[in-house]
Unconditional design. Structure first.
Length: 515
């Protein structure tokens, strides 16, 4: 399913489930190899896509299975599309009676696949079974206090767990009303909430920032919204967001599509993404363990076990795997090798098993968790996870040269998440950095994954274990007054790289340079 937000998305996913099939919710921003990869890894029997993405599907038709080429169905389009069959026309031909051999899905059968970048490489398919589907929906509902007569406003893409399951599921399982918009619009956000009498909004931190930079208007408080549910709302704008838009409850949660360390801030503690009872710690077997900031290797004691981070200190979040507990089991990915990479064994004792989140957090004396940073090979930008190794691989492919490049996320003033920065070994002129490089990257990467900054060095520094020293480069950042190497920044409006000057850096800090 390569589809935009629409009622048809929900209808198709439910219809597939009803006949015992499984829908794969694919990020419609993907193109080329990444799109082919996501289609292939779930072994599909058909591709259903919005007519708006006909060109993207047509570009990869010769790279997918021959039998799939005749089973590409265009939805929301007309019959003139020469590269596929019309989904709407085919559905009208179908009998209305269910097939006699129809097997109803069980609680353990797969409802859908959601794609996540995981820790490294191309996107990974996470099977969401009916049991987990219901657990996600009921957990956020009763944890936050949503009720049946709530009208929930959703602008997040339905291919994400947050939009397609957590929020859309409130309508499907509990009868709440869903107000669905195709994509987020800061200027229309509160007007929509007023028009559809919304009482709950869904957010990511980036959305909140976009709303706050809008000029103050009467509509800021003329709505009926009582609750905001989401993740990534930063502490420094938390109270401002509540006060300006008169939001009574902020239900900030932490979770990952495949993970078992999901939690919710039910008390409205500013900046917290979840809570662990220190009176009954076994109820949530989550812990923070020390990680070496330079090598990103786990710190071990003399017995070879992990060391727990102290209260107030940063550590990587892990959660005990309990297969008989529907909240704490870890089903992993379709790819078993990728699944195994997320499991830590012998953490505190021989034989124990933990899910490794890859997220750094801090816990206070009351058991509240605060998100700090991501470790490893991913960062989050524009509300999407970006795999650094994927960017490194596809960048080398785009320039058609064997180059060494280290990609990581860096902070950008007035922006949520981290933007991509690449440290490239070699001469910028050799890869036409101010010419066709950016255009080539846009052809193989989603726009949010194209590095915003580039730094060129004679030789990339390596650790003793032959890994790029990303930590030191990340600390040095992209300030021309500090870094003497050639620096470049992406001009997003023109899709070209330009030399990064002190003047442009100041424009970025002042929010006058589009990022």
């Amino acid at each position: 399913m390569v589809m935009q937000n629409s009622p048809q998305f929900i209808g198709v996913s439910l219809g597939l489930s009803k006949i015992g099939a499984t829908g794969s919710f694919i990020n419609f921003n993907l193109r080329g190899n990444a799109l082919v990869h996501c289609i292939k890894i779930c072994s599909p029997v058909a591709v259903i896509f919005d007519a708006a993405f006909s060109d993207a599907i047509n570009d990869i038709r010769d790279q997918i299975d021959a039998r799939l080429q005749d089973l590409c169905f265009s939805i929301n389009g007309d019959d003139s599309n020469k590269i596929s069959r019309s989904f709407d026309t085919e559905v009208r031909k179908m009998p209305t009676d269910p097939p006699p051999s129809l097997k109803e899905p069980s609680s353990n059968s797969k409802f859908c696949f959601i794609y996540t970048s995981g820790t490294t490489g191309l996107p990974k398919a996470v099977p969401i079974r009916h049991q987990r589907y219901q657990t996600i929906i009921t957990g956020i509902r009763y944890g936050s206090g949503m009720v049946k007569n709530d009208v929930i406003y959703c602008t997040l893409p339905l291919y994400h767990t947050s939009g397609g399951i957590m929020v859309a599921g409130q309508m499907i399982l509990f009868g709440s009303t869903l107000a669905l918009r195709r994509k987020f619009s800061a200027s229309n956000f509160w007007n929509d909430c007023i028009k559809y009498k919304c009482t709950v909004i869904q957010y990511i931190g980036e959305f909140c920032r976009y709303l706050l930079v809008q000029p103050p208007k009467l509509t800021d408080k003329q709505h009926l919204v009582r609750m905001a549910v989401g993740n990534g709302l930063r502490p420094h704008i938390w109270q401002e967001f509540k006060d300006r838009f008169n939001i009574q409850i902020i239900a900030e949660f932490y979770g990952s599509t495949e993970g078992n360390a999901n939690m919710l801030n039910m008390e409205g503690v500013v900046g917290s993404c979840g809570f662990k009872s220190l009176l009954v710690p076994s109820a949530l077997p989550t812990y923070l363990i020390e990680v070496d900031p330079e090598t990103e290797e786990l710190v071990k004691d003399s017995n070879g076990f992990c060391v727990m981070a102290e209260v107030g200190e940063k550590g990587e979040l892990i959660c005990g795997i309990q297969n008989k507990n529907m909240f704490r089991r870890f089903d992993g990915y379709e790819n078993k090798e990728a699944t195994n990479k997320k499991i830590l064994t012998g953490v505190f004792s021989h034989g124990d098993r933990f899910f490794r989140t890859g997220d750094m957090m801090i816990m206070d004396t009351w058991g509240n968790f605060y998100f700090a940073d991501r470790t490893g090979d991913t960062f989050r930008w524009k509300g999407e996870n970006v795999s650094t190794s994927e960017v490194e691989t596809l960048m080398a492919k785009a320039v058609k040269k064997e180059i060494h490049i280290a990609v990581f996320g860096v902070d950008v003033a007035n922006s949520e998440g981290k933007a991509g920065m690449g440290v490239v070994e070699g001469d910028p002129e050799a890869i036409d950095v101010t010419g066709g490089l950016a255009g080539g990257l846009y052809e193989v990467l989603p726009s949010y994954a194209v590095p915003l900054f580039l730094r060129f060095v004679k030789e990339i520094e390596m650790t003793g274990t032959h890994k790029y020293k990303k930590t030191s480069y990340r600390k040095e950042g992209y300030d021309p007054s500090i870094v003497s190497d050639p620096l470049f920044v992406l001009d997003v409006s023109k899709k070209v790289y330009v030399p990064l000057t002190q003047e442009i850096l100041e424009a970025i800090k002042d929010g006058k340079w589009q990022v």
